[in-house]
Design a protein around this ligand. Structure first.
Ligand SMILES: [Ca+2]
Ligand SMILES: [Ca+2]
Length: 167
């Protein structure tokens, strides 16, 4: 009588348990790597979007400021700061000194409610005609430095300064 030989599992062409475990481990590592790469890409993308938004919000103030005279058209140098009660009536650059807008404003002073988490902070300072780094007394020179900072939930994203001459 013939006894049927049982085939050994290693000779069937299948995988051993160790091989399967190693394969699972490698696939797991590959998936973990992909998830990590995707997470950092998403974070980088989010940061880039926030940065472009802050540049856009700075640009709004720059455009608005470009159209304004440096001192008030009516009161001249009498007041450094706003002579007017409402933002809609602000008509010179120093009206915006120490102004903070959240939601931020557009170049037409309208509220940009879609960017409510962002804040624009504006500083207007007179600087020396011979040294733009040197802040001098209000209305004591013909040059002002406008600084706009943009915050996202109180975290500073961008800050830009520029010089305007009084004309
Ligand atoms: Ca004014
Ligand atoms: Ca003013």
């Amino acid at each position: 009588m013939k006894i049927k030989k049982r085939k050994s599992p290693t000779k069937t062409g299948g995988f051993s348990l160790i091989e399967v475990l190693v394969a699972i481990l490698l696939v797991g590592l590959a998936i973990a790597g992909l998830v990590a790469a995707n997470t950092s890409l998403t974070k980088a993308n989010g940061a880039a979007v926030n940065l472009s938004t802050s540049e856009f919000l700075i640009e709004q103030i720059r455009e608005l400021a470009t159209l304004l005279p440096v001192i008030d058209p009516q009161s001249g140098e009498d007041t450094f700061g706003p002579e007017e009660a409402a933002l809609a009536d602000y008509d010179d650059l120093d009206d915006f000194d120490n102004a903070s807008f959240s939601p931020p404003i557009g170049c037409d002073k309208s509220l940009l409610n879609n960017f409510a988490a962002f804040t624009q902070k504006i500083k207007v300072e007179n600087v020396s005609a011979s040294n733009f780094e040197l802040v001098v007394g209000d209305h004591s020179s013909s040059f002002v430095r406008v600084t706009v900072e943009v915050f996202l939930n109180s975290r500073l994203l961008s800050s830009v300064s520029w010089i305007r001459a009084r004309y």
